[in-house]
Design a protein around this ligand. Structure first.
Ligand code: COA
Length: 152
């Protein structure tokens, strides 16, 4: 049976994280982006299956909200429920930390991510013009927000 875990990302994980990042994004984060996030104290966690990196999530606390900066699942493991599991874990962590909600940006063309966020209750709250680099210049971002239900 596989052992599944979510653990804080350390600087020694960053090389493996970057291999996944380069595999799945046209415009990947750099090693420095990840190391800066860890050193800044952001919520940076890796998801492991046995000793193999399955994905990772980076959330930046801003006042009483988490800003989801990166959520990624290794290409060969996508579409098996792990992205949803990792997102739900991040939401649960935010709730436990007393956060009020989660904000994120997503490319309008990223249909799988949009579908995941919408099904988890994220709502469109705005757009950011020319936010992302793209093959044709720049691409707008959709800004989504999920307000957390208060735990009684
Ligand atoms: C987006 C991502 C994190 C989702 O993780 P995942 O493990 O592939 O997704 P899951 O298997 O948990 O699926 C969750 C939901 O996403 C949507 N989804 C996943 N794959 C999809 C696909 N190929 N087409 C359409 N929707 C899809 C569905 O709504 C799915 O729910 P369902 O299975 O109940 O239909 C992952 O695909 C990924 O790393 N993509 C590349 C990086 C990225 O785009 N990150 C987000 C940046 S904003």
């Amino acid at each position: 049976m596989s052992v599944f875990s979510i653990r804080p990302m350390s600087e020694t994980d960053v090389a493996a994280v970057c291999l996944v990042e380069q595999q799945i994004y046209e415009f990947p984060w750099t090693q420095k982006n990840f190391i800066d996030s860890i050193q800044a104290g952001y919520e940076a966690h890796c998801m492991w299956i046995d000793y193999s990196l399955a994905g990772y999530v980076i959330m930046m606390p801003v006042l009483d909200e988490y800003h989801l900066l990166n959520i990624s699942i290794r290409a060969d493991l996508q579409g098996q429920g792990m992205g949803r599991q990792l997102l739900q874990w991040g939401i649960g962590r935010g709730r436990s930390a007393g956060m009020q909600g989660m904000l994120l940006e997503v490319r309008p063309t990223n249909e799988s991510a949009r579908s995941l966020y919408e099904s988890e209750g994220f709502k469109l709250v705005g757009t950011r013009k020319n936010y992302y680099p793209s093959k044709d210049g720049r691409e707008d971002a959709l800004v989504l927000f999920k307000r957390f239900q208060q735990m009684l």
